[in-house]
Design a binder for this molecule. Structure first.
Ligand SMILES: Cc1cc2nc3c(=O)[nH]c(=O)nc-3n(C[C@H](O)[C@H](O)[C@H](O)COP(=O)(O)OP(=O)(O)OC[C@H]3O[C@@H](n4cnc5c(N)ncnc54)[C@H](O)[C@@H]3O)c2cc1C
Ligand code: SF4
Length: 328
């Protein structure tokens, strides 16, 4: 490992000013960044530890929730308001990593964790445009079981690995940011970028910007929500496909529905086509399958991940069926 400077601060202004130093990086729980430093994929000169910045979970005046970026994943998952009003978020967090890692990992770090593409991690032996722009991508013709079926480009077909972000996408979460140019808010759905010609640019975060919090609005779909993750084994595995969904049925019709998919794109994938098919309709098994078909019609698979298309359809229908109380 290369030498680096470590700076711990509990003050946001100080954190922002240290982050202005050359090759400085924020450090949350370190569960991803330190691994990447060990693998010689990341080489910051300064680590600004932001895990001690004030962080809490507070209700907002409109009845929503503001979750500080430094709050640990396990604290968010266990919070009574999250469990009752945003069950999809609690379940997504509990589906990720291990209890020990969730105790270390922070909300900000989870959002910015890097892809788990094996070629990205193989700095010594593989070509990867995300790690070395212009080098090529060994995943396109290689082992691509875990890779994208939506939004990929010829330059990168990696997926975003976070379970939490899929739930946040279904909840229309807002990311609060602070940076040298002031504060701003970005919808989670607009925060991560698809690869296009520049897979190395993964988010809309500006240099030195700090994630300070996540904001959730109250909604009927949030209260009746769930997360299902399909993976190769029951622990320590990232999603092949995951579904976060919320459903509000009023007088036998779908008044509102939110669906997001994980394991299928470089960002949490909001299933807009499926949602359109469902609004105003009766919540039946056939309609859920029809909605899933509509969403997956645009999917493009690679040799190793064609199974994801059928898997995603069935998982969408199953989660919606569960939420509606019909067998799907
Ligand atoms: C064995 C293993 C299994 C795992 N399984 C899963 C899984 O199944 N599902 C899943 O979702 N995740 C999984 N993870 C990933 C884990 O969830 C992430 O490592 C963790 O969420 C990252 O959070 P952190 O606070 O440790 O981030 P760090 O490693 O500290 O940082 C990650 C990135 O975020 C940046 N950062 C941190 N905080 C801020 C901030 N406030 N503002 C701006 N930038 C910031 C850092 O600079 C860095 O780039 C697994 C990890 C391991 C090691
Ligand atoms: S899919 Fe993306 S992350 Fe994986 S090797 Fe290709 S460019 Fe790198």
């Amino acid at each position: 490992m290369r030498p680096f400077e470590y700076r711990l601060t509990a003050d946001r202004t100080e954190a922002l000013s240290i982050a202005g130093m050359e090759r400085a990086r924020y450090l949350g729980g370190g569960t991803n960044l330190v691994d990447l430093m060990r693998q010689n994929i990341e080489a910051p000169a300064v680590l600004v530890d932001v895990s001690r910045l004030p962080g809490s979970i507070e209700t907002t005046p409109n009845g929503g929730l503001l979750i500080g970026a430094a709050v640990r994943n396990s604290i968010v998952a266990a919070h009574p308001v999250v469990r009752t009003r945003y069950p999809v978020l609690s379940r997504a967090l509990l589906a990720g990593a291990s209890a020990q890692i969730r105790n270390m990992a922070t909300v900000g770090g989870n959002i910015l964790q890097r892809t788990r593409c094996a070629y990205f991690y193989d700095a010594a032996g593989s070509r990867c445009n995300k790690r070395a722009p212009g080098a090529g991508c060994d995943a396109v013709d290689g082992f691509n079981r875990y890779h994208a079926i939506f939004g990929a480009s010829e330059h990168c077909i990696a997926t975003h690995p976070s379970d939490m972000c899929v739930a946040l996408a279904a909840l229309d979460a807002i990311v609060h940011l602070a940076g040298p140019e002031g504060e701003r808010r970005v919808p989670l759905l607009a925060f991560h970028r698809l690869p296009g010609d520049h897979p190395e640019i993964e988010t809309v975060l500006r240099p030195g910007e700090l994630i300070t919090a996540i904001e959730l609005a109250p909604s009927a779909t949030a209260s009746n929500s769930n997360y299902r993750k399909v993976r190769d084994r029951s622990s320590y595995a990232f999603a092949l496909v995951s579904v976060a969904a919320g459903l509000d049925v009023v007088a036998g019709r779908i008044a509102d529905v939110r669906i997001a998919l994980g394991g299928v794109a470089a960002k949490p994938w909001r299933a807009v086509q499926a949602e359109q098919v469902l609004r105003g309709q009766a919540p039946t098994k056939e309609r859920f399958l029809q909605a899933a078909e509509a969403e997956l019609a645009a999917a493009k698979a690679f040799e190793g991940n064609a199974f994801k298309i059928e898997l995603a359809k069935r998982t969408i229908a199953a989660v919606l069926g569960e939420l509606a109380g019909v067998d799907a």
